[in-house]
Write a protein that binds this ligand. Structure first.
Ligand code: 13P
Ligand code: SF4
Length: 324
């Protein structure tokens, strides 16, 4: 028999105390999951909190690459996910062997890799970025160095234009964000001329061209408190509406249209695999747990450590050449 949500929530709160656990959740989780989290944020914030929290057990309500990043940087902790199948199209579209072959084609390049990548791919990357810190990190790379940008080509192309710098691209994409449709978006803008358009940089350039605010989930959330508009058109995953509506109960939030009318494609199928039931089960059993061979973990840590160092204003050195 299915338990009522209030009973599951009470049980999760009890288990958190019993197991000395903390819940970190991404903004794309269902509202009911965001509401039981101790910390909610974008992927950079979650990685930082994963390093700082004191509890023995960290449950990451998001997707597996986010939990892997926490485990890589904080190996002493037990790191849980509600669902081990919760991957990401960017991770799936960048297999280690192919990424390695690409790196070998450009041994003089610096590999700037989006956090939406596997732990294996992180071992052959020089630095990890998220959409909230990419600009700062890329600006810290000497201008005469070639940049290999992967796996999200749309985020890369947006940054390249913004920073006036050429990259070599890995041809990956987010299967959710690429479905937002520019033609249907222009119709929606025409019907709502008073709305401000917000978009995540994983969208195609044809959609980003119509957005007044482009940035990470936390940046988009911040923008709804900064702008006085009463209407916002939002081109990112649906989970974000929960916090937007809490921050601006007076405003209307409209989902940007996808290619196919009536499809629920603005939902990330991986993010939405999680549920309160699965979170309760993970806390009860301490499974599924993220485990990584130590050799892999420590190699992957180097690229994440560079991200953390640069974002804290510390100097870093760059390898002159890639060899493997
Ligand atoms: P943020 O870092 O902006 O939260 O993005 C994570 C993500 O997976 C976007 O699809
Ligand atoms: Fe990956 Fe896209 Fe889902 Fe984010 S929204 S986790 S990039 S598939």
């Amino acid at each position: 028999m299915k338990m009522a949500n209030s009973t599951i929530v009470a049980e999760i709160q009890r288990l958190k105390k019993e197991k000395d656990a903390v819940i970190l959740a991404h903004y794309y989780q269902d509202g009911e999951i965001q509401d039981i989290a101790d910390y909610i944020g974008d992927s950079f914030y979650l990685a930082k909190m994963g390093q700082q929290v004191q509890e023995k057990v960290i449950l990451l309500a998001g997707v597996v690459f986010m939990a892997e990043s926490v485990k890589i940087m904080n190996p002493e902790k037990t790191v849980l996910v509600p669902e081990m199948q919760a991957s990401c199209s960017l991770v799936k579209g960048a297999p280690y062997k192919d990424y390695l072959a690409w790196r070998r084609q450009h041994p003089d390049g610096i590999a700037v890799t989006y956090i939406n990548s596997s732990a294996e791919v992180k071992t052959i990357s020089d630095v990890i970025i998220t959409s909230s810190n990419a600009q700062q990190i890329i600006e810290s790379i000497p201008k005469d160095r070639k940049i290999l940008f992967g796996p999200d080509q749309h985020l890369g192309r947006w940054l390249s234009k913004k920073l006036g710098r050429e990259f070599e691209y890995w041809p990956g994409a987010c299967e959710v964000h690429v479905l937002f449709n520019a033609k249907r978006l222009t119709d929606l803008i025409r019907e709502n001329p008073d709305a401000l358009v917000l978009a995540h940089p994983e969208c195609d350039a044809s959609v980003l061209a119509y957005a007044q605010v482009i940035g990470s989930t936390s940046h988009l959330l911040e923008s709804v408190t900064k702008h006085p508009h009463k209407k916002f058109i939002v081109a990112t995953e649906t989970g974000i509406f929960h916090q937007m509506q809490k921050l601006r109960p007076d405003a209307e939030f409209i989902q940007a249209p996808v290619v196919d009318e009536g499809c629920k494609c603005n939902d990330c199928p991986y993010m939405k695999m999680n549920s309160l039931e699965k979170i309760k089960h993970a806390l009860e059993t301490l499974k599924p747990e993220i485990t990584l061979p130590e050799d892999l973990r420590s190699k992957a840590q180097t690229s994440l450590d560079r991200m953390m160092a640069i974002t804290s204003g510390k100097p870093v050195t760059w390898p002159s050449e890639f060899s493997l």
